[in-house]
Design a protein around this ligand. Structure first.
Ligand code: GDP
Ligand code: IMO
Ligand code: MG
Length: 427
């Protein structure tokens, strides 16, 4: 059996957590490969309702091992708290492992994230302030501290001492704030190291052993393709790659093992944080979607910006990832609308663009060109077969498939596992 990647096709919060929780039942391993606790994956199942930031959404199935891969940046405090919350709800976390190579979010990363956002003022990126950008920047700048370092006290002391000297110089001389205490960070993080020691493993080896055994492995994407550091709406992006290609790098597997790449799309669009979003609705309809769907961030609680499905942005995402299929979520949210719209082009400077511009200023000025379809105006949350969906809902889905050039394999009509229509096999 193969590796299947599940990837956010828009600006995040597409419902990846629900889809992974639902599919994990048949898998042996679920792996997070990118981002950090900026992710917020909602899972509602018989164990309860959860918002997972670091722990993979396969954790609820007793036979499934879960890996936080080398491509994730880990805040130990958040991870330990999340594990405690799961255990308190009766969910076992004894099959959870963290890569020795995963980078650790340090107190100065959180501080720099907030200081930079404050410095930017109205131009702030709207980050989750979880220290994600500074932690990935340090990884690439070779100033990072990894999970394996926390377990080696002497090496950690030396490394921290050297890195903190540079961080404190920036904190005091550039931002004019008080320096951080090496002693305090050292003892706090050695403590985390001790509490995490049983989790930290050569996870690449675990994944390879499962591949050899023929297990089904799910790569759980975080964020969404349009937040990718290379291809997203730069600089309003996150600092790692949510794309399927990074599923290989962030887990330590070769591309040939990924047999299916499933794009998770909402039936409309949302975005949280700053940056261009061509189909954003600042009117009553946008407000309606937000209220009906309770579109508030799972990590920060911020209201999400809402709009119609963007066929141009979504097709771009489908190409970047090579989606072999799609999971379409939150179809039920559109149940009450008399008209549903799909963006099929952008008007810019008297021309109609059909590809996604790289220049953020252009994107900010693009006016969406919409195709209007009749709404189905009937409830769908109870439906479990494609053929039983209202004809107009099926037409809407067929049009989305054409635009993203891949078949919809799963349709989600509610947040619970059973509120799912399986249309076709994933592989
Ligand atoms: P993720 O970050 O991609 O895992 O998505 P989030 O959990 O941040 O946001 C998705 C939200 O949609 C959560 O509140 C889910 O419970 C909810 N959800 C997922 N699928 C459906 C669906 O088909 N219908 C409805 N109404 N809610 C859904
Ligand atoms: P999931 O996995 C939605 C957004 C932030 C901000 C930008 C940069 O739940 O889909 P960062 O803290 O990463 O430096 O912030 O990226 N962002 C997300 N938006 N869902 C997410 O994750 C996100 N993770 C980051 O809001 O605009
Ligand atoms: Mg989310």
């Amino acid at each position: 059996m193969p590796v299947i990647a599940l990837i956010g096709g828009q600006w995040g919060d597409e419902g990846k957590g629900k889809i992974v929780d639902m599919l994990a039942e048949q898998s042996q391993l679920t792996v997070r490969f990118s981002g950090g606790d900026n992710a917020g994956h909602t899972v509602i199942n018989p164990s309860g309702e959860f918002r997972l930031h670091l722990v993979p959404s396969g954790i609820f199935h007793p036979g499934v091992s879960c890996i936080i891969g080398n491509g994730v940046v880990v805040n130990p405090e958040v991870l330990l708290k999340e594990m405690e919350q799961l255990q308190a709800a009766g969910v076992k976390t004894d099959r959870l492992y963290v890569s020795e190579r995963a980078h650790i979010i340090m107190p100065y990363h959180l501080l720099f994230d907030a200081l930079e956002e404050e410095r930017l003022g109205v131009r702030a990126l709207g980050t989750t302030r979880r220290g994600i950008g500074p932690a990935f920047a340090d990884k690439v700048a070779r100033q990072g501290i990894r999970a394996c370092d926390l377990l080696d006290k002497q090496a950690f002391r030396n490394r921290l001492s050297s890195v903190l000297e540079s961080k404190n110089a920036i904190l005091t001389r550039v931002y004019g704030v008080t320096p951080l205490s090496e002693e305090a960070i050292y003892s706090q993080y050695v403590g985390y190291g001790e509490r995490m020691a049983h989790l930290v493993r050569d996870t690449e080896q675990i994944i390879h052993d499962e591949i050899r055994k023929g297990s089904l492995i799910l790569l759980e994407g975080a964020q969404g393709s349009l937040l990718d550091v290379d291809f997203g709406t730069y600089p309003y992006v996150t600092s790692s790659s949510p794309l399927a290609g990074n599923g290989c790098l962030g887990a330590g597997i070769g591309p040939r093992h990924i047999k299916a790449v499933i794009g998770v799309f909402k039936a409309y669009s949302t975005r949280v944080g700053s940056g261009p979003m061509p189909t954003e609705l600042k009117d009553e309809i946008g407000q309606n979607i937000r209220e009906r769907a309770q579109e508030f961030g799972a990590t920060t609680g911020r209201p999400r910006r809402c709009g119609w499905f963007d066929g141009i942005a979504s097709r771009f995402a489908a190409r970047l990832n090579g989606f072999t299929g799609a999971a379409l979520t939150r179809l039920d949210i559109l149940d009450t609308f008399p008209v549903v719209k799909i963006c099929v082009g952008y008007r810019f400077n008297g021309q109609t663009l059909t590809s996604f511009p790289s220049n953020g200023r252009v994107l900010e000025e693009c006016q969406p060109v919409y195709e209007e379809l009749e709404g189905w105006q009937a409830p769908t949350s109870h439906i479990t077969e494609f053929a039983r969906l209202p004809l107009r809902a099926r037409r809407y889905i067929r049009r989305l498939e054409e635009l993203i050039s891949c078949p919809v394999a799963i349709i989600s009509v509610g947040p619970r596992r059973e509120q799912t229509i399986k249309v076709r096999r994933l592989i």
